[in-house]
Design a protein around this ligand. Structure first.
Ligand code: C5P
Length: 336
């Protein structure tokens, strides 16, 4: 908990959703080592929450000079990557650097103004659902407001692209076509909702390993996303089920053959379709409606511990002022 008496009202909450890739085709390996992708991103109702606050003695925290040198601290569960290993902290430090804020480290500046980033993690980690990227996007959106940086969404997306391939989409949210490394974002129409059972796997599968397996065993394709885009406009789960496509699935299944068996078991339990989430290892099971998603969750609970029912699309990062986040207050603003 943040010490309430130190608040000056400059505290914000941001909810940031996880993402699904409803379509992911790999066009080939690029000279910079990344892979050229065509993907359809969609946010889903599973989210992390970040609370950002400025703490310090009254007077100092409003003073522009005092705020130029401040401590930036991440508070998170020990299971979450700490310090600069955490993408949300890296995002904060990069935004600070671009905005003329010098971060104080170690024992320096014990009395300095502090920015706290308090992270509540719900999105599974190293799961292929952009949890770390969502946190980075949340930190950028919230601190842009808290620190008064005045960056536009476009400028934030360009900072986001430095941090990771999925971060620009996480700034935008909703449904979008991704190109290049995944950082070139074009919003597209999706009706919905679509209903999912999200089945995380306890053993992480690092993204670089999956792309390396793609390098060794796969070839670029020219499959396009039209069927998925059409199904999203039509709101017909069966149509989306036959269009879901992820070319990282085979390389991931080579590395982790048991995921193929789990996919078959989810299909046998009644899923309309099952697709790997991004680079995995999470599996996404599409259900016909919310009742079918709950039924699937019950049927698979013994061998899918930690599975959650969710719906898509969700919006983008939702910012709210701390004072206005009572139980009844609506979440206020969504970055366009
Ligand atoms: O961009 P990000 O840091 O999230 O990427 C993690 C890793 O995933 C990269 O280091 C790279 O190995 C792989 N990657 C890729 N092509 C992409 C995106 C990610 O090869 N378009």
């Amino acid at each position: 908990m943040l010490p309430a008496e130190e608040f000056d009202g400059s505290a914000l909450r941001v909810r940031v959703p996880a993402k699904l890739n409803l379509f992911l085709a790999v066009r080939g390996r690029r000279a910079d080592g990344y892979h050229e992708l065509v993907t359809v991103y969609q946010t889903v109702s599973l989210h992390d929450e970040l609370r950002v606050a400025l703490l310090g003695l009254p007077g100092r925290r409003h003073h522009p000079a005092a705020r130029r040198r401040m401590r930036v601290e991440l508070w998170a569960d020990p299971a979450v990557p700490q310090g600069r290993d955490n993408l949300a902290l890296r995002a904060a430090l990069r935004l600070g650097e671009l905005s003329g804020i010098v971060p104080l480290e170690g024992s320096a500046g014990r009395d300095a103004v502090r920015t706290i980033i308090d992270l509540d993690k719900q999105i599974p980690m190293t799961a292929g659902m952009a949890g770390g990227s969502a946190d980075a996007a949340g930190a950028l959106v919230a601190l842009n407001r808290l620190w008064g940086c005045g960056m536009t969404a476009e400028q934030l997306r360009s900072v986001a692209a430095e941090l990771g391939s999925d971060v620009p989409f996480c700034i935008t949210g909703g449904t979008a076509l991704g190109a290049g490394r995944g950082t070139e974002i074009t919003p597209v129409l999706s009706r919905g909702p679509f209903h999912w059972l999200i089945c995380p796997d306890p053993e992480p599968l690092p993204t670089p390993e999956v792309f390396r397996a793609w390098d060794q065993h796969a070839r670029p394709t020219d499959v396009g996303p039209d069927d998925v885009l059409y199904a999203l406009r039509a709101t017909e789960p069966a149509q989306l089920a036959s269009a879901l496509h992820n070319e990282l699935e085979e390389p991931a299944f080579r590395l982790r053959p048991e995921l193929r068996d789990r996919k078959q078991a989810l299909l046998a339990a009644g899923a309309l379709a099952v697709v790997l989430a991004g680079s995995g290892p999470t599996l996404l099971a599409l259900a016909a409606d919310p009742v079918a998603a709950d039924t699937l969750a019950l049927a698979t609970a013994p061998w899918c511990p930690g599975a959650v029912v969710a719906s898509s699309p969700a919006g983008g990062p939702e910012l709210s002022d701390e004072a206005e986040t009572s139980d009844t207050a609506p979440l206020l603003r969504t970055l366009e």
